[in-house]
Design a protein around this ligand. Structure first.
Ligand SMILES: Cc1cc2nc3c(=O)[nH]c(=O)nc-3n(C[C@H](O)[C@H](O)[C@H](O)COP(=O)(O)OP(=O)(O)OC[C@H]3O[C@@H](n4cnc5c(N)ncnc54)[C@H](O)[C@@H]3O)c2cc1C
Ligand code: SF4
Length: 324
């Protein structure tokens, strides 16, 4: 591990001020950052511990909905009664990831910024456009079984590995961030960037900005569900997953939200699938039609074509289960 300076922030303002200047990284749970520093992939000159900032609460939002503090752990969020009752898709998504020990450390904000599991990205001896812009993308001709089929570019085909963020996408969460010049709110569908020709820029966060909270909108009358398919039943990232939320009027789908995981370079909102579902009766045929549309633009790589059908099945099954 390279040498770096360590600072502990006492409040958000202190964290923001300390992050100015030298290349800095906030450290929340550390389950992504410290791993990557050990692997010499992340090389910050300064690490700012933010885990004692008072951003851990989970509370009702004034106009309905829920506010998740950026430092609320994945375990606290997944097991919170308001999350389990009102946002089961989020609880299920979080509990499908990692292990209890990791979820006890990992935070809401850190999870939003976890990095890809592409093996070349995590190997500093390998070329990788995301880690070292302009060096190339060996995954395109190499090992790409677990990588993306949606949103790829000729510069990067890495998958966003998170489960939490697929659920947050289906819930239309917004992200509260703070900088030295004020604060702003970023809808989750404007938070992640497609790789395009700059895969090293994964989000619209500016350097030094601090995530302080994630806002969940009111979901009264909605049901939601997360289904994850993977090589083994625990401690494994998604090959394909589906986060779904539906509002039923009798046996008609009044409204629907669909997001896919494990297949996109970003948590993948499938709006065309939602349009297929809206106003239709609950049926396997309609769900399958929506799933086919959701993967219509998928582009397989040499080893991951199987993910397209896997994602269709994940979505179809998730819709069957959420409407049962
Ligand atoms: C073995 C293993 C298995 C895993 N399996 C899964 C899985 O199946 N599914 C899944 O979704 N995830 C999985 N994960 C990933 C895990 O969920 C993430 O590592 C975790 O959520 C990151 O949170 P953290 O608080 O530890 O982040 P940190 O490591 O502290 O930070 C991650 C990044 O976010 C930045 N950051 C953190 N907080 C803030 C903030 N408030 N504002 C601005 N920047 C911030 C940091 O600077 C860093 O760049 C796994 C991880 C491991 C190690
Ligand atoms: S897919 Fe992306 S992360 Fe993986 S090697 Fe290519 S550029 Fe790097």
């Amino acid at each position: 591990m390279r040498r770096f300076a360590m600072a502990r922030a006492i409040d958000a303002g202190d964290a923001l001020r300390t992050a100015q200047g030298a290349s800095s990284r906030y450290c929340a749970g550390g389950t992504t950052l410290i791993d990557l520093m050990r692997q010499d992939v992340e090389r910050p000159e300064r690490v700012i511990a933010i885990n004692r900032l008072p951003l851990t609460t989970i509370e009702d939002a004034p106009g309905g909905g829920l506010v998740l503090g950026a430092l609320a752990t994945n375990s606290e969020v997944a097991h919170h009664p308001r999350v389990r009752a009102g946002y089961p898709v989020l609880s299920e998504a979080i509990l499908s990831g990692a292990t209890t020990q990791i979820r006890n450390m990992a935070t809401t904000g850190g999870n939003l910024l976890q990095r890809t599991r592409c093996i070349y990205f995590r190997d500093p001896n390998s070329a990788c456009n995301k880690r070292e812009p302009g060096s190339g993308c060996p995954a395109i001709t190499g090992y790409n079984r677990n990588l993306a089929v949606l949103g790829t570019s000729e510069h990067c085909i890495a998958t966003n590995p998170s489960d939490q963020n697929v659920a947050l996408t289906a819930l239309e969460a917004t992200i509260e961030v703070r900088s030295t010049s004020g604060g702003r709110t970023i809808p989750i569908d404007r938070f992640y960037r497609l790789p395009g020709d700059a895969p090293e820029r994964e989000t619209t966060l500016e350097p030094g900005e601090l995530i302080v909270a994630v806002m969940l909108p009111p979901m009264k009358g909605w049901r939601s569900h997360y289904l994850k398919l993977r090589d083994r039943q625990s401690y494994e990232f998604a090959l394909a997953s589906a986060a779904v939320a539906v509002r039923l009027d009798g046996s008609t789908i009044a409204d629907a939200r669909v997001a896919l995981g494990g297949v996109g370079t970003i948590p993948w909102r499938a709006r065309e699938a939602e349009a297929v579902l809206r106003g239709k009766g609950v049926s396997r045929e309609v769900f399958r039609e929506a799933a086919v549309i959701a993967l219509r633009d998928a582009r397989p790589q040499s080893q991951n074509g199987f993910k397209i059908e896997l994602a269709r099945r994940a979505l179809t099954q998730a819709l069957i289960e959420v409407t049962a």
